[in-house]
Design a protein. Structure first.
Length: 289
């Protein structure tokens, strides 16, 4: 058995794969590790405690399933936090392996590898995380990409904490993201969106009665659906957002921020639709083990 753990800014995720390559299970726990980090510079004790609890569960799953080889990677929140070493010590105790804090470039490469497994052609893979957004593609010298320090949690902390959000604030947030994307030279290619923002928006756009990974994977998320999601989410409270059947309620506070980033991604790339993939960084980590 092999396993990969992704310690993100908003979500903790685990993938276990059997020796024959079949998937033994995926787990997601939304803990909001990086909430408040943008203003404080440190991970809060409450967020660390929630995250360590989730990682302890992952550690038990790996032990129960006899995982022999595993890798845990930590991304944007852990890169930026002043108290990351304290967090990593506690995460190691919970998981049984020490997480590696990886740079945005490696995060992008792993996401690209996972998203394009079994696919042929030219793609731009966009991974919207809680703290950063990665654009990655195949260039003349191999996999190339760029990481931008904006994501669903970071944008929420900066500008979108209130609900409903006044139109003027929503426009300021959109312009802020657009300015961060200015100057990014990304080739024209089919776009694949990975991670929780894209998958959640795809499930919402399809009006699923509950989240269904099989129906989300491979679906196309069109620009009008993103525009609708931004407008609806901005006009409703977090409690009303939590009631969306296909949305993990723990994502409700930050999904508007993610939707704004997704809309600006599509604007910047000039694309009308994004193919949503459930295969991402986790799959890339396992494939590299």
């Amino acid at each position: 058995m092999k396993a990969a753990v992704d310690i993100g800014t908003n979500s903790m995720r685990l993938l276990i794969v059997a020796d024959d390559g079949s998937e033994a299970g995926r787990w997601v726990r939304v803990t909001g590790l990086g909430r408040g980090l943008d203003s404080s510079g440190a991970l809060s004790e409450d967020a660390i405690a929630r995250t360590v609890e989730a990682l302890s569960e992952f550690g038990r799953e790996m032990a129960d399933k006899g995982v022999a080889v595993a890798r845990a990677v930590a991304t944007s929140a852990s890169r930026d936090a002043s108290n990351r070493d304290e967090f990593l010590d506690r995460a190691e105790q919970a998981l049984g392996i020490r997480p590696e804090v990886i740079p945005g470039t490696e995060e992008a490469e792993l996401s690209y590898r996972g998203a394009t497994l079994g696919r042929s052609g030219s793609f731009v893979v966009v991974d919207i995380g809680g703290g950063s957004t990665e654009f990655v593609w195949t260039g003349d010298s191999g996999v190339e990409g760029v990481s931008v320090d904006i994501g669903s949690v970071r944008l929420t902390d900066r500008m979108l904490g209130m609900r409903p959000v006044p139109f003027e604030i929503l426009e300021i947030a959109s312009r802020h993201v657009a300015q961060l994307f200015e100057g990014l030279a990304v080739p024209e290619a089919a776009v694949i969106g990975v991670a929780g923002t894209w998958t959640s928006l795809a499930a919402m756009a399809a009006n699923l009665p509950e989240y269904d990974r099989n129906r989300v994977h491979g679906s196309t998320l069109a620009r009008p659906a993103i525009d609708h999601a931004v407008g609806w989410l901005a006009a409703h409270t977090i409690e009303e957002t939590e009631a969306i059947p296909s949305l993990d309620p723990a994502r409700a506070p930050v999904i508007l921020g993610g939707a704004v980033v997704a809309r600006e991604v599509m604007r910047h790339l000039g694309c009308t639709g994004v193919t949503v993939s459930e295969h991402d960084l986790l799959d890339g980590v396992v494939a590299a083990l």
